[in-house]
Design a protein around this ligand. Structure first.
Ligand code: B12
Ligand code: SF4
Length: 568
């Protein structure tokens, strides 16, 4: 073995901004801590770091530690720090003594809203461990290194990694001088190189089986199960899931996506034998029962997909597919295989209700007839479907948005997740929107839930309002389960919303409808009374006006009012 730095510390900054954490936007998931409403932080396993750790340990003897600040902040009963950097300073000085002085520190940043935290954490690290070689990696440094350079981020960071980090980190650790190595490697970005017009290059591992079983032992799985995104899936109350990624890359060109900047467009795979071996280890060593697949394009090879699903079925495990699966690959046979593998819920990346927007603004290989068929088949098979939709891309018009608003009502997904198009750095829409001067405010650091694109066709405020209207119409007024008479399923959705927002007028109105349909006049009247109570608050009047809806005066009118809407 070559002599190498022994101690590596990996850090994950909080994924969202401090402002968004302490004052969550109204469409965010929240948690209550010591009487305060705070934004909820996703505590999903940071797979990139687990992969790098496994790969590096295959080659060198290392002491690797990991701190995910999403987990550490979530574990607190209260949060009374003025910013995340002061919490990081407090946490790191309390938890690391002289026994662990890291040689190399790597900070991972995948999400635009974490940008400021990424920079401030770098600054904190340089105060605590000025001698350590500090590197950054992930989606944000890969796409924003020029901005980081311009704004002085290289005062803290010694180098930034371009794309996947396994091979670049291996080179760095094996080198006598990390600085020297970073300055000559094509995948490491340094300030000195950028001053000389340097263009970085990817250094991919082609055969993913070269990466050993991910270093899951780096994480405390009890703490990481505090709030993974899977807990927002109605069909899964068990929060102890194990994330896996069986392939990397995606050949498509969706204009809102930045994945290819890190992982490229060429598909790379783990062999199915290796996938099965990893799953067996997760079951044996961690008693895993639920697997969360994170592949960008899981559906790339149908035979492979069916083989993996058959394995999950045989092993009687649960599987969650958090990313939308390519809809044209989801024929009835394949969907049935998902169902047999115990998959009771799927994310459908329907993306838009306008064929024009799908084709020209999103460059998505999808037709609405396919989305409709998949949603219907999911219903037939008893798979709960969550549809993803986004509005407000450059080139989309108000007419497209109105068309989508109507068309989406004909796709019978169970629930819709509607978002404002966010110009994520590294995506084509970010490039277009920045070149055209369409972006208002700060994109790096901006919350995905807030519209920031203004074009000659629409303002960001209009998109923000329409995003909420789409949500109110598709999930409430025109809720597919309500219209199809699946009252108890619809009721579960409304109650989930009311648990978080008791003053949700539309959830109360739709629940009044459910009660009225069931002949439960007392509860219907109670829900309707709440609608009248909240009518003048929270901007409800504005949204009711856009939907051309008024709160019915009595419970006798609730059913008529709602069903009249469906008839038009
Ligand atoms: C899993 C995932 C999540 C998980 C997070 C898991 C986690 N704890 O990291 C969850 C479900 C929470 C999530 C949520 C969201 N996500 Co997401 N997510 C992904 C996804 C599909 C995979 C990430 C992953 O695990 N990759 C596998 C590992 C192996 O790769 P990696 O993490 O990139 O790490 C490698 C390199 O980046 C690099 N690297 C990473 N860190 C470091 C550190 C150092 C020191 C070095 C040297 C290298 C390095 O080396 C690693 C190994 O090769 C990516 C797409 C993608 N394929 O990258 C989107 C992605 C990161 N998500 C994205 C988005 C937009 C979202 C959501 C907004 C979706 C939504 N509409 O709700 C939310 C926002 C969350 C928030 N901030 O509030 C965008 C982010 C774009 C951006 N610029 O902000 C991405 C890129 C997808 C896209 N559309 O372009 N997501
Ligand atoms: S959104 Fe999904 S399908 Fe589209 S390019 Fe990105 S990873 Fe591929």
């Amino acid at each position: 073995m070559v002599s190498a730095p022994k101690k590596i510390l990996f850090l994950v900054p909080v994924h969202i901004s401090y402002e968004s954490y302490v004052s969550p936007p109204k469409n965010a998931r929240t948690v209550l801590k010591n009487g305060r409403i705070l934004n909820s932080l996703a505590t999903d396993l940071p797979l990139g770091l687990l992969s790098m750790s496994a790969y590096l340990k295959k080659h060198y003897e290392l002491d690797v530690r990991l701190v995910d600040f999403n987990v550490e902040v979530s574990a607190l009963n209260d949060f009374d720090f003025p910013n995340f950097a002061s919490f990081a300073m407090h946490y790191l000085t309390e938890n690391f003594d002289a026994d662990f002085t890291p040689d190399i520190i790597g900070i991972s940043s995948l999400f635009s809203p974490s940008y400021q935290n990424f920079i401030e954490l770098g600054q904190t690290i340089k105060t605590i461990w000025p001698e350590a070689f500090l590197v950054g990696g992930g989606n944000i440094p890969t796409n924003s290194y020029q901005h980081i350079h311009r704004t002085g981020g290289f005062r803290f960071y010694d180098a930034l990694c371009f794309g996947e980090g396994e091979k670049p980190m291996l080179g760095l650790i094996g080198a006598e001088s990390p600085e020297g190595y970073a300055n000559q490697s094509e995948s490491w970005i340094t300030a000195r190189k950028l001053d000389n017009l340097f263009v970085p290059k990817h250094d991919f591992i082609v055969d993913l089986d070269e990466i050993p079983f991910y270093d899951y032992a780096l994480c405390d799985h009890g703490r990481h199960s505090l709030n993974p995104v899977m807990t927002s899936y109605a069909a899964h109350s068990d929060s102890m899931g194990y994330h896996i990624m069986t392939s990397r890359g995606c050949p498509f060109h969706c204009t809102f996506c930045a994945s290819h900047q890190v992982h490229g467009r060429k598909m790379r795979y783990h062999s199915t034998e290796r996938v099965f071996a990893d799953i067996h280890r997760l079951v044996d060593e961690y008693a895993a029962r639920t697997l969360i697949f994170q592949d960008d394009h899981f559906m790339a090879d149908k035979a492979r997909v069916l083989k993996i699903l058959e394995f999950i079925e045989q092993e009687k495990l649960n599987a969650i597919f958090q990313n939308g699966l390519t809809l044209y690959s989801l024929d009835y046979e394949t969907l049935s295989a998902f169902k047999r593998a115990g998959v009771n819920q799927l994310v459908l990346p329907i993306e838009s209700g306008s064929e024009k927007v799908l084709k020209h603004q999103m460059k998505k290989p999808l037709k609405m007839s396919i989305s409709r068929q998949v949603a219907k088949d999911c219903r037939k098979l008893g798979i709960y479907s969550n549809a993803n939709v986004l509005i407000g891309l450059p080139g989309e018009t108000r007419q497209d948005i109105e068309e989508a608003r109507l068309n989406l009502r004909s796709i019978p997904a169970n629930w819709y997740h509607v978002v404002c198009a966010s110009p994520v750095v590294g995506s084509e829409i970010h490039k277009i929107a920045s070149e055209m001067g369409y972006i208002s405010g700060d994109v790096l650091g901006a919350d995905y839930r807030i519209a920031v694109i203004n074009t000659p066709d629409f303002s960001a405020d209009y998109i923000q309002d329409m995003q909420y209207v789409f949500n109110l119409e598709l999930n409430f007024l025109y809720n597919s389960d309500l219209r199809l008479g699946n009252l108890s399923l619809a009721e579960t959705g409304f109650r989930n919303v009311l648990n978080l927002r008791p003053d949700h007028l539309m959830a109360n109105l739709c629940l009044a409808y459910v009660h009225a349909k069931q002949g439960d006049d007392d509860n219907a009247a109670e829900c309707l009374a709440k609608c009248h109570q909240y009518h003048g608050t929270g901007g409800w009047e504005k949204y009711l006006k856009i939907m051309d809806l008024s709160v019915p005066p009595s419970i006798d009118d609730v059913i008529v009012t709602i069903e009249q809407k469906w008839a038009h």
